[in-house]
Write a protein that binds this ligand. Structure first.
Ligand code: FES
Ligand code: FES
Length: 153
């Protein structure tokens, strides 16, 4: 069964028809060609597909596209401004927190939400907040440093 939905993705409006079983991840990657959103496990375990929905991080692989009707979606493509990396993106570069890069967009989006919350996070809270993201390359210390740097600036 198909359903018409309206999405605001990275400040662009889309009126599209989706299958009611279609994930937001598939719509973003396959229909809107926002391939910065990565597909890993497809079952809500790895965090690679994380996007912001009305400012809150969600695993888009287990979020139905029809649930996003009328909502504001932000992907990694939507956070640089005038060709400049966001401060979170820059912190990941500066701290060497990127190797293959597959986990990076999801981690950057979660970190962006932490920064935008305006709250202070202890080291333990930071670890808990990013614990839903798997990285097979970095050993996590550099990622932790990048998140901390993003929050400290
Ligand atoms: S691809 Fe969505 S959590 Fe792994
Ligand atoms: S940098 Fe390769 S999975 Fe994280």
């Amino acid at each position: 069964m198909m359903k018409k939905i309206n999405l605001n993705v990275n400040d662009k409006h889309y009126a599209i028809e989706v299958d009611i079983k279609e994930s937001l991840l598939d719509v973003l990657r396959d229909r809107l060609h926002l391939t910065g959103v990565k597909q890993g496990c497809s079952v809500g375990e790895c965090g690679a597909c994380t996007v912001l929905i009305d400012g809150t991080p969600y695993n888009s692989c287990i979020y139905l596209a029809m649930w996003a009707d009328g909502k504001k979606i932000t992907t990694i493509e939507g956070i640089e401004k005038d060709g400049q990396l966001s401060k979170v993106q820059q912190a990941f570069v500066d701290e060497g927190a990127i190797q293959c890069g597959y986990c990076t967009p999801g981690l950057v989006m979660t970190t962006t939400a932490l920064v935008e919350s305006g709250k202070k996070y202890s080291d333990e809270e930071i670890k808990r907040e990013i614990s839903g993201h798997f990285c097979r390359c970095t050993g996590y210390q550099k990622i932790f440093n990048a998140v901390k740097k993003s929050l400290d600036e």
